[in-house]
Design a protein. Sequence first.
Length: 339
Amino acid sequence: MGFQLRKSSIAGVDIDYGELRVVELGGRRNAPELLNWGRVQLPAEAVEGGVILQPQAVGDALARLWNEQRIKSRDVIFGVSNQSVIVRFATFPQVPEGKLQNMIRYQARDFLPVSLENSIMDFSVVGTVNKGKEKLLEVLLVVAQRELINHYLTACNLSRLKIRDIHVTSLALTELLPAGAPEGATAILSLGNGASNFLLTAEETPRLARYLSSGLKEAAEKLGCSLKEVVQQAGAAPGEPFPDVFVDWAETMVGEVRSSIQYYQSQPEAVPVVRLILVGRGARIKGFAGQMEKIFGIPVSLADPMQLLKKAPHNCTGFLNEGTDYGVAFALARGGLGE
């Protein structure tokens, strides 16, 4: 959130429970080039529910990853995902551009359920809507607790990196949309270790963004396996049943997605949801995408950052095989590139 400087290369950092992932991109947003990527484990107590509890541990992990992977760019974009991060759509009268910021910051209190005194707010005008004979600005409001953001700043300073921006993770997922979007809305579900994120877009404009507190950590606990093993343990081959305890977790996730889609469809200007894209480690659970396709009756695919690249190193097999794991980090980095 805030003013962002454009650099020739930039790194997107996805800080998750038990692990952080980074993707370094160069080039332009519409023609990104993969320069580097990597992941490193975090202590279990370092991050919980999208909150950095141990900035020193996260800072140390960042420094170690930069050193081990020889990442050149010191400019980073972090993704923030937490139940206290609020995303709201609101409408405001059209005013001269010079007065817009003050008006939004003054009137935003009417749309937000929190005090702004200890928070950081950002906004983006996403379009216009008609209300009777009046045309209003449609504005996306984002609010995060100042303490939450300060922990990211501390971790960054400890690792001697430079924050260029902090994006809401769910909103950054628009950078994973493949070219040639079909008519209708697209749903994107990011299945992370500690939590998940859901985004609905129409014509590449965010229409609904949600933080989902359930992640692979809960699935691993139900299966009685480690977080590292959950992707393999949870899956099912074609024609084979999923483990019962995993089904319990999956039904909760399906319920969250269904209720999100139903809420969006209840809006006056909603369009049909025509596809679902999965991203994150959970997207690689065998058979999960196919099951979601049966449940929702729409095409379900895995995000593929490789298809969005103009150029990649020859030795990028690891990224090719696990690209969906790096989807959030890729999206963050791509959003930081110039056009």
